[in-house]
Design a protein around this ligand. Structure first.
Ligand SMILES: O=C(CO)COP(=O)(O)O
Length: 247
């Protein structure tokens, strides 16, 4: 079984109810996409977005707590995301690792909770610019991968997203060779550790736009993208979905 192709959008802390029109537009523009589509809106929009998407687009959260319930003001449990209509959850995004000090161990615990609730975990990895400049990229990615992905991971419940921190929201992207090198490492490590590691979907994220999507999707072991800014408007995300469908 080859990895499933996935075009994923991370809306981050953007969007109110008015933005749901973009979902109607995306569904209308992509009546029969050749890949899976996922949008991860702010938690407030999960339920209404799931209602609008009518199963044509998967909906995900952007984080969950490692505990199933309890006294954790402001946090959200994986089962609550699922209850609201989510099928996926992004975990370990670099903005959470930076803003909230999330460690690999915490990301792994959240992934265990996500799996227990029946969610697909989209686990993010990525080096900083200083780490790349210091020649540490492959070590950093291997270590984050080993520490953040739980033993129970499989192609059915886990997606890995490689997002170089310096490429997020900057308009800068790695060279094709740099993306290929990191994705090959991730694929090797997953295949060595998990029975179906060769089938897990690997996404690239960081300044993916309509203009560079096709080129990125042609790189070996790139099975899709995790898109930030260009996922907010159907007019931008639609062409990225189309490029992945054609890849
Ligand atoms: O962080 C990202 C997706 O999770 C990427 O964001 P941009 O596509 O805006 O660079």
């Amino acid at each position: 079984m080859a990895p499933r192709k996935l075009a994923a959008g991370n809306w981050k802390m953007n969007g109110t109810l008015a933005a749901l029109d973009q979902i109607d537009q995306l569904v209308a523009d992509q009546p029969a996409p050749g890949c899976d589509i996922l949008i991860c809106p702010p938690a407030t929009l999960i339920q209404p977005m799931a209602a609008r998407a009518q199963g044509r687009i998967a909906i995900g959260g952007q984080d969950c707590h490692a505990s199933a319930s309890g006294a954790h003001t402001g946090d959200i449990a994986a089962a609550q995301l699922r209850d609201a209509g989510a099928s996926h959850v992004i975990l370990g995004h670099s903005e959470r690792r930076t803003d909230h000090g999330e460690t690999d161990a915490e990301v792994q615990a959240k992934a265990v909770a996500a799996h227990a609730a029946g969610l697909i975990a989209v686990i993010c990895l990525g080096e900083t610019e200083a780490q790349r400049d210091a020649g540490q990229t492959l070590d950093v990615i291997a270590s984050q991968l080993a520490g953040s992905v739980p033993e129970g991971a499989s192609a059915a419940n886990t997606v890995i997203a490689y997002e170089p921190v310096w490429a997020i929201g900057t308009g800068r992207t790695p060279t094709n060779d740099q993306i290929a090198e990191v994705h090959a490492l991730i694929r090797d490590r997953l295949a060595a550790r998990f029975a179906d590691g060769a089938d897990m979907a690997l996404l690239y994220g960081g300044s993916v736009k309509p203009g560079n999507a096709a080129e990125i999707f042609a790189i070996a072991h790139v099975n899709g993208a995790l898109v930030g800014g260009a996922s907010l408007k159907a007019a931008d995300f639609g062409p990225i979905v189309a490029a992945l469908s054609a890849a």
